[in-house]
Ligand binder design. Structure first.
Ligand SMILES: Cc1cc2nc3c(=O)[nH]c(=O)nc-3n(C[C@H](O)[C@H](O)[C@H](O)COP(=O)(O)OP(=O)(O)OC[C@H]3O[C@@H](n4cnc5c(N)ncnc54)[C@H](O)[C@@H]3O)c2cc1C
Length: 481
C-alpha cells in the first residue's frame, strides 16, 4: 500500500482539485460519489455524453435512439455544484507537474490536479489489422452504432434494387465477428429485424431469407458464461436462424466479404456486404502514456497495471479505474468493475482529505453476467446461479432499466421496448448518408478522429490507401470509385 503525500489545497478557492478523465461508467460514478466532498471536480471527456455501451446494439438495429443511451454529462451533473464538465480529448498528463492537457478543435486547456482519476476506457482492437475497421465497424461509440444502422438498413435497400442473384445474396448476408455478449446480442437482433420487423416491408426481396452468421475463433459462444449456458445460447441462436460458426478465424476482410480459416486449416470465403466487429478491445492510449510516465507496466491490450488500491506505483494521487486498469486480481472489462472502481477511488480521496486511514485493497463484487439472445430470451449467470429464457430476460430488462441514467430516458426506453418486443416495429429506422459517409470524411480531416475509433492513434502513413480522397463507399462499404 502506498502512502500519500496528501493533496495540496491549491485551487483558487483553496479546495483540492480532482480531475476525472472520462464520463463513462468509471468517471461518471466517481464524480457522483464525490458530490458531498469539499473538492473542485473537473470531468474532462472527449464526448459530451455518458454512454451506456451495453445497449449500443439496440441503437444499431433501430430499437432505441442514441439520446436514450447517451445523456448529456452536463445535464446528469447539473445539480452537483462542485463538478464542472469540460469537453476535450486528453492528450497529455504531466505526472510531475500534476497537469492534464486536453484539446478540442485546436483549443488546448490545462487542468492542474491534486488528485487524478483516469477512466478513459477501451476502444476496439483489430489485432493489428486496423484497416479491417473500414469494412467491419466495431461497437464502441454512438458513431459506430449509427454507422452500423446505416449499413444494415442500407443493405436491405440495395438488395431490393439488385438484379444479380449473387449480389442480392451478398447484400443479404450479415456477419458478426466475435461471439461474446455483444456479438450474440447483435446477431440475435439482426435476425429479429430481418425475420420479424422487415418481413412485409419489401416487394422484391424476402428479408426472411437474410443470412446471419455469427463466427468466432473460440470453440463456444459466450465463453464467460461457461459451456452449459454457451451451448443453450448457441442452440437458441440456431433456432432463430443465426448460423453459428465456431473455430473460425477471420484472416482477411474487404468490401465484398471476408476470408475465414477453420480449425482444420481450410480457408474459405464468405461474400457479405455487412460485417460487424465485436471481437477484442484495446485500452485507451492514455494507459501507455501513463505507463511511460510512471514506469507502471502496460500489457498487450494497453491496460496499465495498477496497485491493489487502483493507484499507480509512486503516485498515490493517480487512480486508474475501469477498462484501462489491469488489477492484480485480473478483473473483467465490465461496467460494474468500472462503477465500483470509480466509487472506491472517490472514497479513498475523501478518506485522505479527512485524514483517515486508506481503505484496504479494491475488491470487485461480481453481480453476474447476462446477455439477451432475442426478445423474451436471455442467459444470466448471477453468483453461480444460471438462468435462461424468459426469467433471465426479465432480470436483464430490470437491471438495464435500473442503470439507464435519467427518468426521461427510462420512460422512452420502456415505450420503445414495447414497440419492438410486444409488436414488430422499430421506432428508430432513420439512417442518413452523413452517418455512413461521415466517418470517412472525418478521417480525411485528421487522424485524431481515428484514435477514438480504434482506441489508439493511427499512423495513416502506414495505410495511405485509407485516406485516398478518390475513394468513396456506398451504404455497405463497397468502394464505388
Ligand atoms: C457494445 C458493448 C456492450 C457491452 N455490454 C456490457 C454489458 O452488457 N455488461 C457489462 O457489464 N459491460 C458491458 N460492456 C462493457 C462496459 O461498457 C465497460 O466495461 C465500461 O463501459 C467501462 O467503463 P470505463 O469507465 O472504463 O470506460 P467507458 O465507459 O468506455 O468510458 C470511457 C470514457 O473516457 C472518455 N475518453 C476516452 N479517451 C479519452 C481521452 N483521451 N480524453 C478524454 N476522454 C476520453 C470517453 O469519451 C468516455 O467518456 C459493453 C461494452 C460494449 C462496447
Amino acid at each position: 500500500m502506498t502512502t500519500s503525500p496528501g493533496p495540496t489545497a491549491s485551487s483558487p478557492n483553496g479546495r483540492p482539485r480532482v480531475v476525472v478523465v472520462g464520463s463513462g461508467f468509471g468517471g461518471l460514478f466517481a464524480a457522483k460519489a464525490l458530490r458531498r466532498a469539499d473538492v473542485d471536480i473537473t470531468v474532462v471527456a472527449k464526448t459530451g455524453h455518458h454512454l451506456f455501451q451495453p445497449l449500443l446494439y439496440q441503437v444499431a438495429t433501430g430499437i432505441l435512439s442514441e439520446g436514450e443511451i447517451a445523456p448529456a454529462t452536463r445535464e446528469v451533473l447539473r445539480h452537483q455544484k462542485n463538478a464542472r464538465v469540460v469537453l476535450g480529448e486528453v492528450v497529455d498528463i504531466d505526472v510531475e507537474a500534476r497537469v492534464v492537457t486536453s484539446t478540442v478543435l485546436g483549443r488546448t486547456t490545462l487542468h492542474p490536479y491534486d488528485e487524478l482519476i483516469v477512466a478513459a476506457g477501451a476502444g476496439q482492437s483489430y489485432f493489428g489489422n486496423d484497416r479491417f475497421a473500414e469494412f467491419a465497424p466495431g461497437m464502441k461509440s454512438i458513431d459506430d452504432a449509427l454507422e452500423l444502422r446505416g449499413r444494415i438498413f442500407g443493405a436491405f435497400e440495395l438488395a431490393e434494387l439488385a438484379t444479380d442473384p449473387a449480389e442480392v445474396d451478398r447484400l443479404m448476408t450479415f456477419v458478426v465477428i466475435g461471439a461474446g455478449p455483444t456479438g450474440v446480442e447483435m446477431a440475435g437482433q439482426i435476425a429479429e429485424l430481418a425475420h420479424r420487423t422487415l418481413r412485409r416491408d419489401f416487394r422484391t426481396i424476402d428479408p426472411e431469407k437474410a443470412r446471419i452468421i455469427l463466427l468466432d475463433g473460440a470453440s463456444q459462444v459466450l465463453p464467460p458464461f461457461g459451456p452449459k449456458l454457451g451451448e443453450k445460447a448457441r442452440r437458441h441462436l440456431n433456432e432463430m436462424g443465426v448460423e453459428v460458426q465456431l473455430g473460425a478465424l477471420v484472416t482477411d476482410l474487404d468490401p465484398d466479404g471476408l476470408t475465414v480459416k477453420d480449425s482444420d486449416g481450410q480457408q474459405r470465403r464468405i461474400p457479405a456486404a455487412t460485417k460487424v466487429w465485436a471481437a477484442g478491445v484495446q485500452a485507451s492510449p492514455l494507459g501507455r502514456l501513463l505507463g511511460d510516465r510512471t514506469g507502471a507496466e502496460v500489457d498487450r491490450a494497453g491496460r496499465i497495471s495498477v496497485q491493489p488500491d487502483l493507484t499507480l506505483p509512486g503516485h498515490p494521487e493517480i487512480h486508474v479505474v475501469g477498462d484501462m486498469a489491469n488489477h492484480p486480481d485480473k478483473y473483467p472489462g465490465v461496467a460494474q468493475v468500472a462503477i465500483q472502481g470509480g466509487r472506491y477511488a472517490a472514497e479513498q480521496i475523501q478518506r485522505r482529505l479527512a485524514g483517515k486511514e486508506p481503505k484496504g485493497a479494491f475488491r470487485y463484487r461480481d453481480k453476474g453476467n447476462m446477455a439477451t439472445i432475442s426478445r423474451f430470451s436471455a442467459v444470466a449467470d448471477i453468483k453461480g446461479m444460471k438462468f435462461e429464457g424468459f426469467i433471465a430476460w426479465v432480470i436483464w430488462l430490470v437491471v438495464h432499466l435500473f442503470y439507464i441514467i435519467g427518468f426521461k430516458s427510462r420512460v422512452t426506453t420502456v415505450l420503445h421496448w414495447m414497440v419492438s418486443f410486444l409488436g414488430r416495429g422499430r421506432s428508430q429506422r432513420v439512417a442518413t448518408q452523413q452517418q455512413v459517409y461521415g466517418r470517412l470524411a472525418l478521417e480525411k480531416v485528421g487522424p485524431g478522429f481515428e484514435a477514438s475509433k480504434t482506441g489508439g492513434p493511427k499512423d495513416h502513413a502506414d495505410n495511405p490507401d485509407e485516406v485516398n480522397p478518390e475513394q468513396q463507399h456506398d451504404y455497405v462499404g463497397r468502394r464505388t470509385a
